[in-house]
Design a protein around this ligand. Sequence first.
Ligand SMILES: N[C@@H](CCC(=O)N[C@@H](CS)C(=O)NCC(=O)O)C(=O)O
Length: 338
Amino acid sequence: MKILRISALLALVSFFSAPAIAGTLEDVQARGFVKCGVTTGLLGFAAPDDSGNWKGFDVDVCRAVAAAVFGDSSKVEFTTTTGKTRFPTLASGEIDVLARNTTWTFSRDVDLGFEFIGINYYDGQGFLIPASLGVASATDLDGASVCIQTGTTTELNLADFFRANSISYESIPVETNDEARENLFAGRCDVYTTDASGLAATAAQADNPADWILLPEIISKEPLGPLVRHGDHVWGDIVRWSLNTMIIAEEKGLTSNNLDTKLAMNNDPEIFRLTGKEGEYGAMFGLSNDFGYNIIKQVGNYGEVFERNVGLKTPLKLARGLNAPWTDGGLLYSPPFR
Ligand SMILES: N[C@@H](CCC(=O)N[C@@H](CS)C(=O)NCC(=O)O)C(=O)O
């Protein structure tokens, strides 16, 4: 039902605003910056710093696309979106790409008419509670009030989990992570459930993070990735290979700092292709051949982006886990650059 309603809404939005189906790259180039949809603010993923500059893991995906298209990672305009507004905002052409911890699902991909270009964070849904609640497992949450963000996969997984365990809950719907955090900290809900990375971001903002506990259950797969509209393959390829470039750069040991030295001292043909020293790869989708060099130099490799935004030395303190390269036992695996 819900999915049907959303697709009907999207069809309407598309009809009235008639976004360009192809030609996104030309539109972006003519405008001079990429329009990127992000969250309303989620520490580590997309949030403005004290000077108003957007920072975060999803923000860096947008910056990589800008570095690829313009050779300048600053050429991005950020649009905030909620769980509910993100899809109509992308469908209407108001943004060129959505990078907003969005889970890749069948119905979003097929029915809503979007193209997920990859996965930039492998996540799963968890539960955050105050230690004082004295609960050790999510199966003990019978009768709990649960803060839940609307328009998300979280809503649907929560219903499935409680039903499968024959327990009940009272839903406290919220529109944004800020609202969920305020409600949780004020005791207006017993539990907050969302992607575990979002829970880490939320707990990090508590006066005393140790007062908050992540329950052991991870109840879903949440492969989070950037998406574009169906129908513009060139643009989809540009966003996909901007992300892949960061993943391959980590695999090859290229960082924003060592890039020039490594290039001067290296004989690896894939590194030459990736950075535009050899081949005409950028030209294949209408970009400069050094698009990969610009991404790595200005934004960094995937590992750098992970560590500076959400890694162990940040308030979120997230370990690489599934988000390690396949060569280190994780799931990050880009097709080859050739
Ligand atoms: N991955 C899920 C949940 C995404 C989601 O909305 N997560 C929350 C909490 S992690 C969020 O990003 N909130 C940011 C905001 O409120 O703008 C989905 O795609 O539906």
